[in-house]
Design a protein around this ligand. Structure first.
Ligand code: GLN
Length: 489
């Protein structure tokens, strides 16, 4: 059962081969068995999950089930969920039980999915290794001495080790795609505005976007169908006609060749900076795409080299503003002893935030301050515009852009923790996509020394269905995604 696709799982539930209660229990048992080694979950609440499973079973018995009814899904602990501890990986929120559901959580609830638990993450989604979490690092199921990637590292490790059939993540600069790459999963970051950010704890609001982490592109399409949609509680949510992200995947459309698809290969993604082994695997995938009928064309993204620098001005600027609300008054951690109000703010924030979060708040406050605003913040916004323009130019020549997701396979725990710049460079191929607000997917493309590598496909605005189709066709012929780590029986 644990290797079933979401579609096959839904069929088993509809055919009464298994009940949602049994399926949920199966995963809860796996979490008991394996989570202590991985640290993928921050919170599980078996009674709450099983109650939802019972409700799903009743719905299935009435014949009212949808594609996710009764299927347990793990959620990144950045999504507020009513009556669940919602920590965002921080001591600051280690006592916060949310009084309401995020839009993503209510959408899964309406679909009848079972909430399996809240997954570990980098503190406030700041990181690429899941090492900044107040709850400790997550281990990569493919090699326990390596990181799973971040910041959605708990979600990725949980799905990779089959502790959950699928999970949600969020991606501000790569946090769905990079852990997907490092854990042999498929992860999609949608076009900015496609998934509501309501109830998703904000890091950098103009970049944050939620998306699915699954074992295949087809599973991601099913999840995105539930997650996407207009929400008037998020002012950047886009009011568009609903689409079926699975529409290109079923046969015969799903089996059609990729003739007519032009893939752009940016020079900037294939130079130095990417490990030789990842480059080799991505090049092999390009050959596979040619076999499937796609054409390739060399393109340039000239401003790409500025993306990480611009991001590390814009994201901290927005974070410094968003995180001002954590003051020890309204919710979250408050220092036990203090002299006066200012002392209470200072101590609560000093104790509640970890080092990386503090670094970002300091950088953000600095680049927004009078005298530096023009030199840093405004300049970064100009670069952001150039990056968006590069992509717009590129999409006049091609339909999708292909490259590596991450410059290396999973690195060792601790390897980059002391060097923020090295850590920041983990997202060198993913960050520009967020700055431009584009959709992109990472899918498995092979292994180097036993560790998975990811291939990234970037599309123009609202091209999720096309990206999913291109990913799905590759996965039909190159089933790297079906491989799973040993030791999680
Ligand atoms: N690694 C990047 C950062 O630390 C991106 C994180 C994310 O996408 N949430 O900001």
């Amino acid at each position: 059962m644990i290797e079933h696709s979401l579609q096959a799982m839904a069929r088993s539930l509809a055919d009464r081969e298994i009940s949602s209660v049994e399926l949920t229990q199966l995963y809860l048992d796996r979490i008991v068995r394996h989570n202590s080694g991985l640290n993928a979950f921050i919170t599980v609440d078996p009674a709450a999950s099983l109650a939802q499973a019972r409700a799903a079973d009743e719905r299935l018995a009435r014949g009212e089930g949808g594609p996710l009814t009764g299927i347990p899904i793990a959620h990144k602990d950045i999504f507020c969920a009513k009556d669940w501890l919602t920590t965002c990986g921080s001591k600051m929120l280690s006592n916060f039980v949310s009084p309401y559901d995020a839009a993503v959580i209510s959408r899964f609830g309406e679909a009848g999915a079972v909430m399996l638990g809240k997954t570990n993450m980098d503190e406030f989604a700041m990181g690429s290794s899941n090492e900044t979490s107040f709850y400790g690092p997550v281990r990569n199921p493919w090699d326990g001495s390596c990181v799973p990637g971040g910041s959605s590292g708990g979600s990725a490790a949980a799905v990779a080790a089959r502790l959950a059939p699928a999970a949600t993540g969020t991606d501000t600069g790569g946090s769905i795609r990079q852990p997907a790459a490092l854990c042999n999963l498929s992860g999609l970051k949608p076009t900015y505005g496609v998934v509501s950010r309501y109830g998703m704890i904000a890091f950098a609001s103009s970049l944050d976007q939620a998306g699915p982490l699954g074992r295949s592109a087809a599973d991601c399409a099913i999840l995105l169908n539930v997650m996407a949609g207009f929400d008037d509680r998020d002012s950047t949510s886009l009011d568009r006609q609903r689409e079926d992200y699975c529409r290109e995947l079923a046969a015969p459309a799903g089996n059609k060749p990729l003739a007519g698809l032009t893939i752009g290969l940016p020079e900037e993604f294939f130079g130095e900076g990417c490990s030789a082994e990842v480059t080799r695997l991505v090049e092999a995938a390009i050959a596979e795409y040619r076999k499937l009928g796609a054409e390739t064309v060399a393109i340039r993204l000239p401003s790409m080299g500025l993306a990480v620098a611009a991001y590390y001005v814009i994201a901290p600027a927005e974070a410094s503003s968003n995180l001002a609300r954590f003051d020890g008054v309204r919710y979250g951690h408050r220092a036990a002893d203090y002299r006066d109000l200012t002392d209470m703010y200072c101590k609560s924030r000093a104790q509640g935030f970890g080092a990386e979060v503090k670094r970002r708040i300091l950088i953000g406050t600095y680049v927004l301050s009078h005298g530096y605003y023009d030199a840093y913040y405004l300049q970064a916004q100009r670069v952001r515009r150039l990056i968006a323009r590069d992509f717009a130019e590129a999409f006049r020549q091609c339909d999708v852009i292909l490259g590596p997701t991450s410059p290396s396979t999973a690195f060792k725990l601790g390897e980059k923790a002391a060097d923020p710049v090295q850590m920041y460079l983990s997202d060198i191929y993913t960050i520009a996509v967020n700055l431009a607000g584009l959709p992109a997917i990472s899918i498995p493309c092979g292994f180097a020394s036993g560790l998975p590598a990811g291939l990234q496909l970037i599309g123009n605005y609202f091209s999720e269905a096309r990206l999913l189709h291109a990913a799905h066709r590759y996965q039909q012929e190159n089933p790297w995604h079906l491989q799973h780590p040993d030791g999680f029986a």
